[in-house]
Design a protein around this ligand. Sequence first.
Ligand code: BGC
Length: 546
Amino acid sequence: MPGGGVTLVGATNVDRVEAPVTMRAYLMCAFAAFGGIFFGYDSGYISGVMGMEYFIHLLTGLDPPPAGATADEKAYFTLPSWKKSLITSILSAGTFFGALIAGDLADFIGRRITIIAGCFIFIVGVILQTASSSLGLLVAGRLIAGFGVGFVSAIIILYMSEIAPKKVRGAIVSGYQFCITIGILLASCVDYGTQDRTDSGSYRIPIAIQMLWAIMLAVGLFFLPDSPRYYVKRGKLDLASATLARLRGQPAESEFIQQELAEIVANHEYELRLTPQGSYFNSWLNCFKGGLRKPSSNLRRTILGTSLQMMQQWTGINFIFYFGTTFFQELGTISNPFLIGLITTLVNVCSTPLSFWAIERIGRRPLLIWGACGMFVCEFIVAIIGVTDGSNHKAVSAMISFICIYIFFFATTWGPGAWVVIGEIFPLPIRSRGVGLATASNWLWNCIIAVITPYMVGTDKGNLGARVFFIWGSLCVLCFLYAYFLIYETKGLTLEQVDRMMEETTPRTSAAWVPTTTFAQEMGLTDKGTLDPAIVEDVERKGSVV
Ligand code: BGC
């Protein structure tokens, strides 16, 4: 028994390293995807609020222009750029640090409790923002809420990847991306509904509503089990076995559960022998060990995760979601830019579910390669139409159509794909920090792009207009090369098998890799077919001193 060493039957058959799953268990794994709503809503609602009359008056003291004023006459009535930039980017600052800290905490207090803590921090931030009627409190509230979003966005990916069955892991994590898109849509609908109010409800309602998502996620997670892999990391194998049993809908004594757990334990021991844990500082340092030359080294995996999220931002998707409305307004041919914003958001929501199927059937690697291709072709077409005939009504309609096709490609490939892959490529000893670092990179680049884009397209600055799509198109060419040379195919494998596959193949040969042995078999089985008790004891002992 635990403490005295759990007895675990180990699998020698590579198909027996994961227990069969019930429908209820699938639903439990899928619930966490709900956390994506935070991400989407919180990054989506603020642009609408910053355009609201009441809000601008509150933060600037300016009176709104009289009815019938021309566009030029209205131009003065806006927040100064530094305020806009501060209000928008302070969230990313919070999320950046939140993701990093959460990656750390998730190994100490567990994945589930870290997410619940993130929900509470978020609620505190939202209360401050709702109560605010000045810049200071609003900014402080957004910083704190950002912290919470950072916790949730990093650890949800970790949690979902760790609890989901291998066959649907990609689809379930894509569910998270789907919720991000719903969050963005909800934000624009709520903004639309309150924008004409002439009281503080105009901005307080969109802000306060977010508390609902946090409460629902925290309450739901309260009833879900933690990740069995977290318990293995902490050496609590009895809890690992009980939670795995709940997640798979099988009794803990079942051979299936024992074999799956034995595999996780044996893989963890294998990784610990390669990179011993050591002190707290050392465990951070482990993310950067192993050298640049070895593709499966921890350093290479950390670079892969952080650069993948950087590339996802480089696709230019947030140019459309953050600045799309302004861009279409500046083209001057569109009478209702808000409507175009709504259409692009809807295309994003409606296309994403296709990825649930595609990510498991077609695979991560082809999806990222062909997705990047689709995006760069669309972006170059938009740029070419824009520079050749950008003021013609029909040409602008064609540009919008290609932007929608571009969004379709993003939503079915790089949108979910980047999140799915970062949940899969790290070995257990560095997984939570690795996912935290990769998520922090997403927010960092999100912020950098939000800050520099206005300078690229602003009519008084770079004034690139449609030419900006040449830049996004070229960056998508880089995404294509990146995916071709660096992305491994991970579909259908357990996280432990992904770990082995990355050691034995290259990205280009990875799709053909099939597991031939199990970790349990390799690390040592007794005559009775159970995992060597010395391994079990070692994992229990090392886990208790993490
Ligand atoms: C990205 C976000 C983006 C969203 C759009 C996410 O995967 O990380 O930056 O706004 O997709 O759907």
